[in-house]
Design a protein around this ligand. Structure first.
Ligand code: HEM
Length: 512
């Protein structure tokens, strides 16, 4: 037993050790906090350790709201600095600079994640979204033909099956002539069924099957868990090496199991089919076979790269498009005059085409395009774009040079709500997207799909799918707000996407 006298001797040493540890930890966490002051970049005081992201890290506030509050504070500046936990990150306000980073100076900003972030052990992360440099370039070039106009036209028949099922489901839910519809849920089921059928050739049937495995696995990708938050936190405080060493994976096990089975089963099924479906999965199969045939030195399409890209096409493809459709229905419910005008134009085009929606017809519906663009302006599913500086970059007309590894954030949501480019930004006004009005705005102010060589690969598919689904709905149902509609929409602080805290519910009344 330690005697009282010994305690008296140990106690000051222990206390001193504790104080030194706390001071060291504090110094470690705040080491870079002088970065922006030294460069003369405007910024606000960060919270020790959490930097400017205390709200989102603690699950109190959506990251979009945090960035938007700072964006408004720095009116008149071209950029401002923040700290993402320990690390400095530059947030751009100037559209000219935004366009340079995304497009014209792409060579200096071609990646989204830093070099030292390794996802090698986390199979599903080796997708286009995270791949870097030449590997990204090579994979992107091979996957780009997935959604050519010819392929989209060929997919239209499959899309028709899905829109037919969507209408059948809505008719069922409004069998008394009207019904309250959870549009967040219905849209995500519709987009799962569509990407499944059009790109993978599988029948997910989530609209009619009560098994919601597809939906759960998909939504889990965008909803951080305690584990993924801790792992991201570790990466941001430079303990990524430990994450790699312990081979810790970000997402819940159900996601890995689900997508790995989905990919294996789909590939297996294809082997037995004689006819080439010419879809995304057949592109993957061809890439793998070509590589084997050519005995390629560098294996670009290893099994994990194929599987992770199948995963990202599925996951990135459904929740974003579903969110666009449900926000659009929400805005149409609140803006009856716009809904009436849109229905008039859809009916007019339908009457001219014997009631059948075709690819070309969808392309020609100008007002629908404007309504959808205005929805994507007000509610961009991806509220921000990330780039990492890959080659030293001097910001024009400034003394600031960004070093390799510096993160740059483009605040899409805030640019879309900036009254300088969009007067009365909270008003839903599709006329902002007439050809004349679009031409008045500079590049870098409308970025729902990003821009430059890393722009969303699924853009054309997403627009075709959302427009066709919406045209079917608007021509058959009148959409109204109801007691279950939350106005205004509050954001889910835990989602990476611009997801409402509670599902969007609207009243649907049959027209015919
Ligand atoms: C309305 C629906 C969609 C929206 C709003 C959306 C938005 C975005 C955004 C903002 C980016 C980042 C672009 C950048 O960093 O410049 C992106 C990238 C990407 N999206 Fe989409 N997306 C949608 C639908 C889809 C669909 C349907 C697919 C696939 C089927 C898809 C697959 C991807 C992939 C693979 C990337 C990474 C591209 C790369 O780094 O090369 N997205 N998307």
């Amino acid at each position: 037993m330690i005697c009282f006298g010994c305690w008296l001797e140990i106690l000051p040493v222990a206390a001193a050790a504790a104080i030194v540890s706390v001071l060291l930890a504090y110094a470690y966490c705040t080491r870079h906090y002088g970065h922006w002051a030294a460069l003369g970049v405007p910024h606000t005081k960060p919270t020790p350790l959490l930097g400017h992201f205390a709200g989102p890290t603690l699950g109190r506030e959506s990251g979009t709201v945090t960035v938007d509050t700072l964006y408004r504070r720095f009116v008149g500046h071209r950029y401002f600095g923040v700290y993402q936990l320990r690390h400095p990150m530059l947030v751009l306000r100037d559209p000219v600079l935004v366009h340079s980073v995304l497009a014209t100076e792409f060579a200096s900003f071609h990646d989204r994640v830093m070099n030292r972030t390794s996802f090698e052990h986390d199979g599903l992360f080796n997708s286009l979204v995270n791949l870097r440099g030449d590997r990204w370039k090579a994979v992107r070039a091979k996957l780009s033909p997935t959604f050519t106009v010819a392929k989209l036209k060929a997919m239209f028949a499959s899309l028709h099956v899905c829109t037919g099922q969507l209408v059948d489901k809505l008719l069922l839910l409004t069998s008394d002539g009207q019904g309250i519809i959870n549009v967040s849920d219905i849209s995500s089921k519709f987009t799962i069924d569509t990407i499944g059928r059009c790109a993978f050739g599988i029948n997910c049937n989530t609209l009619f099957d009560s098994n919601t495995e597809y939906q759960r696995a998909g939504q889990a990708v965008f909803t951080p868990t305690l584990k993924s938050s801790v792992l991201n936190f570790m990466r941001l405080i430079d303990l990524g090496w430990l994450v790699d060493l312990l081979r810790l994976r970000n997402m819940p096990d159900l996601v890995y199991e689900f997508y790995s089975n989905l990919f294996q089963d789909t590939m297996e099924l294809r082997k037995s089919e004689k006819e080439d479906r010419n879809d995304f999965i057949s592109i993957l199969i061809k890439l793998r076979n070509d590589e084997k045939k050519n005995n390629s030195q560098v294996e670009l399409f290893a099994e994990d790269v194929l599987a992770s890209n199948a995963f990202i096409f599925f996951a990135a493809g459904f929740e974003t498009t579903a969110s666009t459709m449900s926000y659009c229905l929400y805005e149409l419910a609140l803006n009856q005059d716009i809904q009436v005008e849109l229905r008039k134009q859809i009916e007019h085009t339908l009457n001219e085409n014997k009631g059948i929606i075709t690819y070309d017809m969808i392309k020609d519906m100008k007002y629908l395009d404007m309504v959808l663009n205005e929805t994507l302006r007000m509610h961009p599913p991806g509220p921000g774009l990330l780039r990492v500086c890959t080659k030293k970059f001097k910001i024009p007309d400034s003394d600031i040079t960004l070093d390799i590894g510096m993160k740059v954030l483009i605040p899409t949501y805030s640019l879309h709500h900036d009254p300088v480019y969009y007067p009365n930004p909270e008003v839903f006004d599709p006329l902002r997207f007439t050809e004349d009005n679009k031409a008045l705005r500079p590049n870098g102010t409308f970025l729902p799909f990003g821009d430059g060589p890393r722009i969303c690969i699924g853009l054309r598919f997403a627009l075709m799918e959302a427009k066709t689904g919406l045209a079917e709905i608007i021509s058959k149902f009148e959409i109204l707000p109801c007691n279950d509609t939350k106005i205004p929409i509050k954001l889910n602080p835990r989602s990476i996407l611009l997801t409402p805290k509670e599902p969007i519910c609207l009243l649907f009344k049959r027209i015919k």
